[in-house]
Ligand binder design. Sequence first.
Ligand code: 2AM
Length: 492
Amino acid sequence: MADKAVADFGLIGLAVMGQNLILNVADHGFTVCAYNRTTSKVDRFLENEAKGKSIVGAHSIEEFCAKLKRPRRIMLLVMAGKPVDQFIESLLPHLEAGDIIIDGGNSHFPDSNRRTKYLAEKGIRFVGSGVSGGEEGARYGPSLMPGGHEEAWPYIKDIFQSISAKSDGEACCDWVGDEGAGHFVKMVHNGIEYGDMQLICEAYDILKRGLGLPTNEIADVFAKWNKGVLDSFLIEITRDVLYYNDNDGTPLVDKILDKAGQKGTGKWTAINALDLGMPVTLIGEAVFSRCLSALKDERIRASSLLQGPAVPEFTGDKQAFIDDLEQALYASKIISYAQGFMLIQEAAREYGWKLNKPSIALMWRGGCIIRSVFLKDITNAYRNNPDLENLLFDDFFNKAIQKAQSGWRNVVSKGALWGIPTPAFSTALSFYDGYRTRDLPANLLQAQRDYFGAHTFRIKPEHANENYPEGKDIHVNWTGRGGNVSASTYIV
Ligand code: 2AM
């Protein structure tokens, strides 16, 4: 019978990611039903890639739903935005209470918040899941970050954890948290990816213009770094890109137009950081650096108009400087992840989500673009103390930053002296110095605000007295020049 419920899992959206995910699920012993808006793709898929596997197809939403065992587990891998809502609406008439809809696309987390609530009212459990790792990851083990209606988790856990990447035998997939938490964490992942890439590009620029190394020697440096603390997917692909020569025997990378593109997830992270008042400065700089690079025509004009220092011939110990650069990259990366987790922590507070921090680091440990050895240390930090206030307070990272510090400062100062921009290295260092500063100049800022706008200020506890009581909003008539303080002061 054509409409018999045979499939354990249904997937809508047969682009490469969707097809690969279906093949991955089928390889793990589940029967999958495939559907696509353009149904000719279903037939093509069944006749080719899916042939001989436990995969069936459907040519209508009704047939698709009929072929799924209850509770239905349906994953959407379609373009983010309207198509997701349209599919949800077309599925609803064919679903029953308790069925599960998973959106595995690159949806913005507020949409997943909305969909979780909307579908819960209809008795349908919604899951918004981050999926990272590209086509290869989808086929052989992605990083999966599901969040939403928690009741869905026991029904999808088995499938999700069996198809996901593994790190030291552990699945790079766990329940993230409520509503859009899965897509939120995926968004921060992408922001961190922007940051990691920018840091690598700055290191490349310093090696190229600061030390004057040819591209193949820069590749050698990345190859070496990939065996140490920076061991990661992004360092590995950087090495490969730098070793890649064009047909004429010269590095292809040198011929690529230096205008960065972006699809917006880094920007979402930066906007969210501003909304929540969290200083996620490195991702912000990474986004702005892409924007600056895109102004190529203007930069060409500026390059002949605006003066700066000429990069001097490097005379010191090259290897020692390269080691400093490795430490600068490592320390800045620690700052970036600390900032990312600050944002995640604040989002959990602001949106009322219960979040599982050790598993967030574990989910990023394998399968995804930011996968690295380093994430194992972050997983350990949060496993040792799930309530860790800041990643930098963890003993391992505190010591690592301490060790990296002199090299990091050397690189940032050389960049400034040589006129080679290091926005991500520099902002990381400024953040570090700001974060560890007990008394920042914001005292003056508060005075300025009170001067021109009567915005008030508070007094430091150690200076409190009857004129300046602790914990009260105080305004001073600053033009009185401090003559009769008590007469010109009022407490709000
Ligand atoms: P298609 O093959 O019919 O174009 C990635 O683009 C996936 O999203 C594809 O499966 C594609 O279906 C689907 N998709 C894109 N836009 C869509 C829309 N407006 N409605 C339904 N599916 C859409």
